[in-house]
Ligand binder design. Structure first.
Ligand code: SF4
Ligand code: SF4
Length: 233
């Protein structure tokens, strides 16, 4: 299997990918209902009223059902995963469900690699039709990594850096957001690097070779593509 079909993520990267997938997916109650007890523990479950569609959640060790929402379930799952990162085997089981792909625990390709997960993405034969939908509609704002920022710095791409908001600690960039209109705190309405192709109904990324990792990795799996409206085949 080629590296294109297999993707290695450290535990932190996998948790970031789960966060991004949750933010990009539309209604996912059935997925959340399965993951909830895997993360919150035995005895935890969620219910949805068939008539009112209201959601109720029970925490492990608590007898009460509390009113909830899909966003609330997602946030609690992410908070718990951040606070108590699962071991790679357990994370692989969670990611199998989130990404709809075969996921295994393992170590990265480098000799001193960190533990993490390998995802069989089944994306080697994926063909993007350049519809531009992902660039126009998905929420990428928190998807820029410090590694992206450093790469643009190393390449002297001040034109790109102008559109990146940063949080610094001791003069070091610790977090980034894209794409922020230069000189403001406002997000751009659409990605500033998206342009119409000469071909009708097609778009191109004008920073294709140096686009952020979140764009390079989209869609992460067939399920990710399906659930986020991707029209590739
Ligand atoms: S940087 Fe490129 S790939 Fe990423 S959203 Fe913008 S146009 Fe799309
Ligand atoms: S939505 Fe899918 S097909 Fe359309 S540009 Fe993005 S990756 Fe390509």
């Amino acid at each position: 299997m080629s590296e294109k079909e297999r993707l290695f993520l450290t535990i932190d990267q996998a948790l970031d990918s789960v966060r991004i997938a949750f933010a990009q997916y539309t209604s996912q109650f059935n997925l959340l209902a399965v993951i909830w007890p895997m993360v919150l523990g035995d005895g935890a479950y969620v219910l949805r009223d068939a008539h009112s569609r209201s959601i109720w959640a029970k925490m492990s060790g608590n007898t009460k059902l509390i009113p909830s929402s899909e966003d609330n379930l997602k946030q609690r799952i992410l908070d718990r995963l951040d606070r108590y990162p699962p071991d790679p085997q357990h994370l692989a089981r969670i990611c199998t469900l989130v990404f709809g792909a075969h996921v295994k625990a393992g170590s990265g390709p480098e000799p001193d690699a960190l533990p993490g997960i390998w995802i069989d993405t089944d994306m080697a034969r994926f063909v993007c039709n350049q519809c531009g939908r992902c660039c126009r509609t998905l929420n990428y704002h928190d998807g820029c990594s410090v590694a992206d920022y450093q790469r643009w710095q190393d390449l002297g791409r001040t034109d790109i850096l102008e559109w990146v908001g940063t949080i610094k600690q001791n003069d070091q960039v610790t977090a980034c957001r894209i794409w922020i209109k230069p000189g403001t705190n406002d997000f751009a309405e659409t990605c500033p690097w998206l342009a119409r192709s000469p071909d009708p109904n097609r778009y191109v990324c004008t920073i294709h070779d140096v686009r952020p990792a979140i764009c390079r990795q989209y869609p992460g799996s067939r399920k990710h593509a399906r659930l986020t409206g991707c029209r590739g085949v």
